[in-house]
Design a binder for this molecule. Structure first.
Ligand code: ADE
Ligand code: ZN
Length: 337
């Protein structure tokens, strides 16, 4: 508790937040109205009776896939460029208030495209939110396009083609690629060809792995070229792989409140924070889907502090690794350190 003010003031980098995961129940109902989008019928899904009932339902996720069904339903209210900008801007304001100086944010274009929203609308809307955050809040930002594991490889290849054709990496609009959504089930290497092509172009790559899935999901992601692992908490089950991750300085983007809400761990004290520190595994602390998991980044920092009582030196290691492993030029790192 005593370190709360220190944690608030600590310059933070966020590496793992889904912009669609910043869509609060308030904003879902508001945008449904604004865009004339029908939410699920409360007669069949009573969670959608009100903002309050939807918020209450988020306390009872049973798994990643249970959460994802709400996450994909919620984001159906996003239709126009302005919706994407408003959503990104609402996140950046909150992040700024929490002491975030640099944010790398994910988005899921395939899911919006499957509802008929064009790629250009999604990217232009989110990019405008990033531009505004840089200009008005002094944040640096990075947009990371995520492929989703519950849709077809061919839909991922289509969005990758659009990304390549628009030269969005070369133009500095999108700075990296990731994958997310359902972990256990689809082939571990479903994005092999896309990642091989992107790696050849020098595009930074990350991947969700080792959240619900065992450590072989992590080794598969590394084999495909991921330079970072999102979540990665199950790494502790493979000591050899853990040594390799430490040795190679691969960053894990850990999301403690997410892990608790999605029943990956019984409580924050079971997130392997202490184990990672002791093994020299680099990690950052992040919010994942703050509108769904009951807290933004500072809440995650504070929850870790309450569970582990880290000292100031340990927090400095975490903060410094977060800066060093950000996908930004050295000049910007120097400003953040
Ligand atoms: N998409 C949004 N949040 C996610 C998570 N925690 N795991 C996998 N995919 C996601
Ligand atoms: Zn995530």
């Amino acid at each position: 508790h005593s370190l709360h003010e220190f944690l608030q003031g600590l310059p933070k980098c966020e590496h793992h937040v889904h912009l669609e995961g910043c869509l609060t129940p308030e904003l879902i109902f508001q945008l449904a109205e604004r865009n004339g989008v029908a939410l699920p019928d409360p007669a069949t899904n009573p969670a959608y009776v009100s903002i309050e009932s939807l918020t209450a339902r988020y306390d009872r996720f049973t798994s990643l896939d249970d959460f994802l069904s709400f996450y994909f339903e919620g984001m159906a209210v996003l239709r126009n460029e302005r919706d994407f900008t408003d959503l990104a801007w609402s996140y950046f304001q909150k992040a700024h208030a929490d002491g975030v100086h640099h944010a790398e944010v994910f988005f899921d274009p395939q899911v919006h495209q499957s509802r008929g929203v064009p790629y250009e609308t999604i990217v232009a809307g989110f990019a405008e939110g990033c531009r505004r955050a840089e200009q008005e809040l002094g944040l640096s930002t990075r947009l990371i396009l995520c492929f989703v594991r519950h849709l077809s490889v061919s839909s991922a290849k289509q969005v990758y083609e659009e990304f390549v054709q628009h030269k969005h990496f070369e133009l500095g609009v999108i700075h990296g690629l990731g994958w997310s959504s359902t972990e256990v089930g689809p082939p571990k290497d479903m994005f092999r060809e896309i990642y091989a092509s992107a790696a050849e172009k020098g595009i930074p790559l990350t991947a969700h792995a080792g959240e619900e899935g065992d450590p072989t999901y992590i080794s598969a992601a590394l084999e495909l070229g991921a330079q970072r692992i999102d979540h990665g908490i199950r790494l502790i089950e493979d000591p050899e792989l853990m040594k390799r991750v430490a040795r190679e300085g691969i960053l894990l983007t850990v999301c403690p409140l997410s892990n608790v809400r999605l029943k990956c761990v019984p409580d924050v004290s079971h997130v392997p924070i202490r184990r990672f520190l002791e093994a020299g595994v680099k990690f950052s602390i992040n919010s994942d889907d703050p509108a769904y998991f009951g807290g933004y980044i500072l809440d995650n920092y504070c929850a870790v502090q309450e569970a582990f009582e880290l000292n100031v030196m340990e927090w400095r290691i975490i903060a410094e690794n977060s800066v060093q492993e950000s996908w930004i030029p050295n000049e910007r790192k120097a400003q953040l350190l």
